[in-house]
Design a protein around this ligand. Sequence first.
Ligand code: SF4
Length: 212
Amino acid sequence: MDLHIIDKAIKLDLRQFAAPTVWMRRDLFQLLVAVVLSQHTSDKNAMRAFENLERRLTAVTPERLASLPEGDLAEVIKTAGMQRARAKRLKALAASFLELEITPEKLAEMGVERARALLLSLPGVGPKTADVVLVNLGLPTFPVDTHIARIAKRWGVDGGYGAVSKWFMERVPPDKYLEVHLKLIQFGREICTARKPKCGVCPVSEKCPSRA
Ligand code: SF4
């Protein structure tokens, strides 16, 4: 599969993505909150929940989030769904974040493997969440979400999270990891959709073994 074709064909609309939109403010805790709010929901719902939270707290800081009662937090973020579990997770995340004093500089200095291990030690942070945070910070990793996993499978790339991530990392220049990751998600939302993929207008249809 030639990923240059996807890179060229997809015009990235960053506003469709909660994590890079929030990371424009260069606040690591806010980025983590946005990524946790995006788990198992659309970026649109996650963004609405984040904006509600911002309205409530004025600034989304770990101190302010930790001091918000869990029930109130659940109410504020309910547009993201699973609000009770998510509120519990975010409260625990804020407490750990304060305790560990994590900064983008600290993560960059640690290198990708140790930085990922540190993020994975935080409540509510799994491999995909950790990689989304790291790639937004500019560290070399390639997160695999449900769209990317589905596209890869259609291209004949199978295996677990790590194997699929490695496959992309071997084919994309490190300075393009974030951009190509986002373009693949957009490609999965617009063309290689879960149901009825639009193979007739797909730019990589000639190279795809699953072309309908
Ligand atoms: S040809 Fe169809 S299945 Fe293959 S990548 Fe394109 S849209 Fe997806």
